[in-house]
Structure formats: structure tokens, C-alpha cells
Design a protein around this ligand. Structure first.
Ligand code: GDD
Ligand code: MN
Length: 353
């Protein structure tokens, strides 16, 4: 069976690349007999990319979407998706850093899975001409995604801007149009049971300029945090709480408060910190009134501290008498108790899954 393919190409000032891109896509896909359409999503590029795309639509199966202004890469892809008619959808850059010759191979692989990633980081893939800093940023970003978003862990190049998926994988999924990384959204929110990666070489841009600025790094971090599951956020909040706890203690000690009081106030400060962050961010609101959630959070935290203490003491006296190991065992028991109680008892009606 031959599937119909929609190739979404977001463009901003890519006039110099568009002609060659469309010619190469056409050659590649004609060769394998796949019916296709290209959807150029242009954000009113001042260089006249959209006008050229319209001109080229006489020679190739091209739809042109003109948007009123620069609204961003991911949102351009989502706009393209709305008009895409193919059962298979590919996303690629216009600047020829993504070789169109890979499309038939990706289409082939898509028969056996839901998402195919053109990957720089599997055997046979590479990047050419990147300075060390850009290499490190890309690797670091991939590492962070893997740590914070478990669903992404099996994928070697989740940062890739070149990928293909079955349309059915995104049906019903609500994707966030901000940020550069639509593949991450797809992997987290889509109905994706299988992912395959095919190697390619990401070469340097020959014409035009990159639109990825340093500001994207910060955006990216926010994006990854937004996609992280609840237990990961809860852990991050817990770690922040430790810092607040120690920071408050240091401050109070500097103010000459007696330790008896300083310690209690610091603990309470970290509890309130954790409560606020969990309420506003991890679980985004929940059942009951605000005060009752706050009270319940004190209860669940107290219970988890008690469990920590009991475990620590038991391990210390019955198993190994290393204080740090015993304490760590306590934390490993207490933490999930706090998480489960928080989720079930306090924020059970939070909207996030
Ligand atoms: N419509 C629209 N609107 N298109 C845009 C916009 C925008 O605001 N910003 C960028 N584009 C288009 C560009 O014209 C190009 O076709 C494509 O999106 C990628 O932009 P580049 O500026 O070439 O990005 P890059 O090469 O730095 O980054 C690419 O590689 C990364 C992997 O390291 C992208 O594919 C990233 O998504 C990818 O993560
Ligand atoms: Mn590029």
C-alpha cells in the first residue's frame, strides 16, 4: 500500500533554498512512487519566500500557508498540520540541512512504527561543522530531556527537527505551539507506541541564516519542565525545598536565632515553599479549599518524615550501622509516601495526568 505523505516545511527567509528543496523532495519521492504534498508555512518572510513558493506550486504539489507575522517554528508546523491531508506527515527544515533524500527511507520505516526520527546520534548519523559549544548544547539538551521526561529516554535524538509520523498518532493530542521542539511534544502527548531512528548527517547551512538564538535555550528548559511528569516535578520541588530549608536556616543562624527555633522555622519555610510550588505547578490546583490543602500537606509531610525516621532507625540498628546509608534508605521510603499521599489525598482533582 502506498501512503499519501504531507511534508510540512516551516520557512522564514528561505527564498534562496526553496527551489532546490522542492526539486530534491520531488525527485526523492517520485523515485519511490509516493504521492505527496508539500506544505510551506511562511510567516510573511520579508525576502518573498511565500511568493516564490506560490510560483513553484505551478511545478510541484505545494500548498502555501501565509501567516501574518513571525509566530514561531512549532506553531508553524501545527498550522501546517491542520491542512495536511496525508496519512503520513513529515516535518523538515527548508534550509537543506535535512536531506530530502532520506524521506523514502523514513516512509519505509514508518510502516512498522508511529514515529520515525531522522537522527544525528544513532550509528551512521553525525553533525558536520558545528563548533564545540553548539555540540555541547545539543548533547546537554538531549541529556536533560532524557532525565526529566522518561518517555523520551529511548530516543537518541529527541531534539531533531526532522521527523515523520502517522497522523493517527496526534489525533486528539493538544500540542503546545510554543518552543522549537515539536518532536518532544509528539513523543509525550501523542499516541506513540513505536519510534524508529534513521541516521543522517546534519550539515552546515549553505544559504541564509539560522533563526535559533541563545534565547531558545531558556525557552527550551521551560518547555522540558512543562512536559515533565508529575513525579519528576514533585522531585524537583522537593530538591528546591531542601535548598530553602538550608538557606532559611543559614539566615536565621546569622541573625543569632537559637537553633531550636531556627530549625523549626526553616522546616516550615521549606514546607510552604513546596506546597506553593506543588499547588501552582506540579499539580496545578486540586480539590477542597486552599487552606485545607495546606493543612493536608503538613499532614502528608509529617507522615513521610515519620516514615523516614522509622526506616532510618530500623536500617541503622537492624541492617547496617552507617548513618548516611540508613538516612538515605529513610528518604527513599519517605519520599514516595509523601508523593502518593499528595497525589491521592491533596491534589486528587488536579487536571494534569
Ligand atoms: N514559519 C516559520 N516561523 N518558520 C521558521 C521560524 C518561524 O518563526 N523560525 C524558523 N523557521 C524555519 C526556518 O526557515 C527553517 O526552515 C527551519 O524553521 C529551521 O530554522 P533554522 O533557523 O534553520 O534552525 P536551526 O538549523 O538552527 O535548528 C534546526 O536544527 C535543530 C537541531 O539542532 C531545527 O530543525 C531545530 O528544530 C532543531 O532542533
Ligand atoms: Mn537550519
Amino acid at each position: 500500500m502506498v501512503v499519501h505523505l504531507s511534508v510540512i516545511v516551516p520557512t522564514y527567509n528561505e527564498k534562496e533554498n526553496l527551489g532546490e528543496l522542492l526539486a530534491r523532495i520531488d525527485r526523492a519521492l517520485k523515485g519511490c512512487g509516493a504521492p505527496y504534498e508539500v506544505i510551506v508555512v511562511d510567516d510573511s518572510s520579508p525576502d518573498g519566500t511565500a511568493e516564490l513558493a506560490e510560483e513553484l506550486s505551478k511545478a510541484y504539489p505545494v500548498k502555501v500557508l501565509k501567516r501574518p507575522g513571525r509566530l514561531g517554528l512549532a506553531s508553524a508546523v501545527l498550522s501546517g498540520l491542520k491542512v495536511a491531508e496525508g496519512e503520513a506527515v513529515a516535518v523538515m527544515d527548508a534550509d537543506l540541512q535535512h536531506p530530502p533524500e532520506l524521506l523514502p527511507r523514513m516512509l519505509e520505516e514508518l510502516r512498522a512504527c508511529d514515529v520515525v526520527v531522522a537522527s544525528r546520534y544513532v550509528n551512521g548519523g553525525s553533525v558536520r561543522g558545528w563548533p564545540l559549544l553548539r555540540r555541547l548544547t545539543s548533547r546537554g539538551a538531549t541529556l536533560i530531556a532524557g532525565i526529566l521526561i522518561p518517555k523520551v529516554r529511548g530516543v537518541r535524538d529527541p531534539m531533531s527537527g526532522y521527523f515523520m509520523f502517522r497522523r493517527s498518532a496526534v489525533e486528539g493530542a493538544v500540542m503546545n505551539p510554543r518552543g522549537f521542539k515539536l518532536l518532544l511534544e509528539l513523543l509525550v502527548k501523542g499516541k506513540v507506541s513505536g519510534v524508529r531512528e534513521v541516521p543522517y548527517t546534519f550539515s552546515t547551512r549553505i544559504r541564509g541564516k539560522s533563526k535559533l538564538g541563545a534565547g531558545e535555550v531558556f525557552n527550551y528548559l521551560l518547555h522540558v519542565l512543562a512536559l515533565a511528569p508529575e513525579y519528576v516535578r514533585f522531585t524537583i520541588v522537593g530538591a528546591a525545598g531542601v535548598l530553602v530549608n538550608l538557606g532559611a536556616l543559614a539566615l536565621l543562624v546569622a541573625l543569632r536565632a537559637p537553633h531550636l527555633i531556627a530549625s523549626a522555622v526553616a522546616i516550615e519555610a521549606s514546607l510552604i515553599n513546596n506546597f506553593l510550588l506543588n499547588d501552582l505547578w506540579t499539580f496545578k490546583g486540586g480539590g477542597g479549599g486552599w487552606w485545607s490543602r495546606l493543612a493536608k500537606f503538613h499532614f502528608s509531610s509529617a507522615l513521610s518524615l515519620l516514615a523516614q525516621w522509622v526506616t532510618s532507625v530500623a536500617v541503622y540498628y537492624l541492617v547496617v550501622s552507617y548513618p548516611l546509608l540508613a538516612q538515605l534508605a529513610g528518604i527513599l521510603v519517605g519520599f514516595p509516601i509523601n508523593y502518593i499521599l499528595s497525589k491521592r489525598l491533596i491534589w486528587q482533582r488536579g487536571q494534569h495526568a
